[in-house]
Design a protein around this ligand. Sequence first.
Ligand code: ADP
Ligand code: TYD
Length: 206
Amino acid sequence: MFISFEGIDGSGKTTQAKKLSARLEDSGKKVLFLREPGGTEISEQIRQILLNKKNLKMTQISELLLFSASRAQLVTEVIKPALAAGTIVITDRFVDSTTAYQGSGRGLHIGGVKSINALATSGLMPRRTFFIDIPVAEMYERRRSSGQEIDRMEMSNEDFYQRVREGYQEIAADEPGRFITIDGRQSIGEIHAIIWNEVDGLLHTD
Ligand code: ADP
Ligand code: TYD
C-alpha cells in the first residue's frame, strides 16, 4: 500500500507521516518512510540543488524537471521494489506537490506538469493522499516559532503559498476518492486519529 502526505510547508506532514509509520510498525507491518525530494543517493543530491539558496538563477522549468528527476529515481529505485515486496510505503510529499507548487504556485501549464508527473512516476499513484490543510498565515506563525533557517523554496512570497494551497484544494475537488483533506489546525492527536481510522479501514479491506 502506498500513502502520501501533502500540504503547504509547516502543515504538519512530517509529524503525521512519522506517527503513522511508527504505529503501523508497532502493529507488525513492514513500513518504509520516505521524504521528497530525496530518498535515494541521486535524489538527495538533486534536493541539495533545489533547496540551495544560492541557486537564484534556477528557471521554473528546471525546477519542475529537477523535482521530477528526483521522483523518477525514487519510484524506480525504491518505491516500486518496496511495494512489490509487500511493504507499506509512506511518503512525505509526492507528485501532488509538483502539481500544486510548480503548476498552481509557479503558474506553469497544468496539463504540461501533469504529463511530466506521469512520466516521472510511470503512472504510479498513492492509494490515499492526506492533504493537511492550514491557512498560509498559520504557516508563517509556525515558521516564526520554529526559528528554522529558510531554504530557496521558502523564499517564495505569501501569494505563492496561497496559490499552492488553492492548487491542493483543486486536486481535492478533482479526486475525492484518493485525496483526503484534514483541517491541520486540529491537535496532532486529533489529526492522527482521523488518519489512523482511514488507514486501518484500508488494511481491513485489502
Ligand atoms: P511539515 O512537514 O508539513 O513542514 P512538520 O510536521 O515539520 O510540518 O511541522 C511543522 C511545525 O508545526 C513543527 O514545529 C511541528 O511541531 C508543528 N506542528 C505539527 N503539527 C501541528 C499541529 N497539529 N498543531 C500545531 N503545531 C503542529
Ligand atoms: P522540505 O524541507 O522537505 O519541506 P517540507 O518540510 O515543507 O516538506 O522542502 C521541500 C520543498 O520543496 C517545499 O518547499 C516544497 C517544495 N516542493 C516542490 O516545490 N515541488 C515538489 O514536487 C516537491 C516534492 C517539493
